[in-house]
Ligand binder design. Structure first.
Ligand SMILES: Cc1cc2nc3c(=O)[nH]c(=O)nc-3n(C[C@H](O)[C@H](O)[C@H](O)COP(=O)(O)OP(=O)(O)OC[C@H]3O[C@@H](n4cnc5c(N)ncnc54)[C@H](O)[C@@H]3O)c2cc1C
Ligand code: SF4
Length: 492
């Protein structure tokens, strides 16, 4: 273990970030490189407890508890404490194909399950993970691993998000010839077009794609399966196919005035902002927040990313409406360890808005009643009412309007960020794949669809989730595909 008394001697040291007003001037990552002595102290806080809940990776009440890819956290915490970075990297790469992504943007359910959290704040596991992989790249320890033998089997993967990339990496290392089809102009799925650059630098994504290409994986971009190439063509060319098409079908508002000019889906805005940053031509009309009153409808992380993006485009004001009340500062009795804590936090976007305008942009328990536009059809204002959350006789959550709490908000731009309905259906229909609740109907751990030789993994099977779950499914599905192709498997 790290240092037997480390958790008693050292406090938790939070991620060091760039100053909010400073970082609003650019699109670079908002976190700084963490000093090595600080990371070693954090490694020393790990208790190497008998049952390390941090890596159990199960779901409790619909949320992850512990690391879904079962990262060997106590082992690399100890190695970092002892300065053995290369060995720590070897351990980390055993379970995680892309720690440079999770180390930056994973919500770290591992930390919510850390045993130290029972008596105080958890070990900063995510920061240690990021430092190990960043050091691996800096020191040239990460080199292309070209498979020594090829099996002659061919696998097509549809979609290049973290699920598709993890499956491709595993299957390529097992010796199969892997081709990834992606309809976008760049690979990466939501890692590229979704998560903003200030959370995950696109050079970091591009570096990994380059490495995967060097290792032998073929990427075919700007190609939509089901349209530019048919499912029949793929079935003829490949021995197996994995659908990793994500769950990007956005939930819409059915509200009076929804058609107003100036109301956009959050994802269209975020994708366009990244394209503009990367100097990629944008064919759709420009969405720019400069000098505008911006309202984000939806209290989740996608909404927070819209807030941070609008701030960097120098909006005049920004507000984010959430349907639910403010979260408690400490865990409730219904949200006990080792579950992921469901508590109030200050995400990067909220720190930035507070620094810029002197107050948190979040408005809680708000219901939008209607959208009003001017005589040109141009968005003018939103009408809202405050809601009270209670429960009915059967214990179900219900929301009631509070009479007299109506409010009018001036608005020039509105972003709809109220979640995702599920995966896009046309491509699944083309394959003849069965769908349940807007997701591919395939079991976790098995991944086979009803169509012979066609598997599914990631958000397309699970619904909109997390990068770490997408990696878990991509890895696990690759194992099943290898097994079906070879009769036995060498993959973990
Ligand atoms: C704005 C936003 C921010 C997020 N932030 C975080 C975060 O901070 N941390 C976190 O852990 N998770 C975050 N998530 C969730 C996370 O990004 C997803 O859970 C994850 O990317 C899912 O991976 P995936 O590979 O299953 O699908 P995706 O990443 O959605 O990739 C699917 C890919 O399939 C392609 N595709 C679809 N259909 C076809 C077709 N017919 N032919 C060819 N290609 C096709 C798509 O273009 C896309 O590139 C965020 C999500 C959003 C929307
Ligand atoms: S992948 Fe996420 S849950 Fe797993 S160790 Fe890293 S930060 Fe924690």
């Amino acid at each position: 273990m790290g240092k037997p008394t480390g958790f008693l001697e050292y406090p938790r040291e939070e991620t060091i970030e760039r100053k909010p007003l400073q970082r609003l001037k650019d699109w670079k990552e908002y976190t700084k490189k963490q000093p090595e002595d600080m990371l070693k102290r954090q490694g020393a806080r790990c208790m190497d407890c008998g049952t390390p809940f941090c890596h159990i990776g199960i779901e409790i009440n619909g949320a992850a508890a512990g690391c879904p890819i079962n990262n060997l956290i106590p082992e690399w915490n100890d190695l970092v404490y002892r300065g053995k970075w290369k060995e720590a990297l070897d351990r980390l790469m055993k379970t995680n194909n892309f720690p440079e992504f999770t180390g930056r943007v994973c919500p770290a359910p591992c930390e919510g399950s850390c045993t130290v959290e029972l008596a105080g704040p958890a070990v900063t596991i995510k920061n240690i993970e990021k430092a190990i992989i960043d050091k691996g790249f800096e020191n040239g320890w990460i080199q292309p691993r070209i498979p020594e033998r090829r099996t002659g089997k061919k696998v097509a993967i549809v979609g290049s998000g973290p699920a598709g990339l993890a499956a491709a990496d595993q299957l390529n290392q097992a010796g199969h010839s892997v081709t990834v089809y992606e309809r976008a102009d760049k690979a990466g799925g939501l890692l590229t077009y979704g998560i903003p650059n200030m959370k995950l630098d696109k050079d970091v994504v591009e570096r990994r794609i380059k490495l995967l290409r060097q290792e032998g994986i073929d990427f075919i971009l700007n190609t939509e399966v089901g349209k530019d190439v048919t499912s029949e063509e793929l079935k003829i060319q490949y021995d197996s196919i994995i659908l990793c098409t994500g769950a990007q079908k956005q939930r819409d508002l059915t509200l009076q005035g929804r058609e107003a000019d100036g109301v956009h889906f959050a994802m269209n805005y975020l994708t366009q902002a990244t394209k503009r940053l990367l100097n990629i031509e944008v064919s759709e009309p420009l969405i720019d927040a400069e000098g505008k009153n911006v309202i984000v409808i939806g209290g989740g992380d996608t909404g927070a990313d819209c807030v941070a993006t609008a701030l960097r485009q120098k909006c005049k004001s920004v507000v984010q409406f959430g349907k639910h009340p403010k979260l408690p500062d400490v865990r409730s009795d219904a949200n006990m360890w080792p579950e992921q804590p469901n508590i109030f936090t200050m995400d990067y976007a909220y720190e930035e808005a507070t620094a810029q305008y002197g107050h948190d942009p979040r408005e809680y328990s708000v219901q939008t009643k209607k959208i009003v536009s001017d005589h040109n059809g141009r968005l003018k204002e939103l009408h809202t009412i405050q809601m009270k959350r209670t429960s009915d006789d059967a214990g179900n959550m219900v929301f009631e309007e509070i009479p007299g709490s109506e409010k009018i908000w001036p608005a020039d731009l509105v972003f709809i960020a109220i979640g995702f309905e599920g995966t896009e259906l046309p491509v699944l229909k083309e394959f003849g794949v069965e769908v349940k609740h807007n997701k591919v109907d395939a079991e976790h751990g098995d991944y086979r669809t009803n169509v012979d030789g066609v598997f599914a993994a990631g958000d397309s099977r699970r619904g909109q989730s997390l990068i770490v779950w997408a990696i878990q499914e991509g890895r696990d599905c690759a194992r099943q595909v290898d097994l079906s192709l070879m009769g036995s498997t060498i993959l973990p």
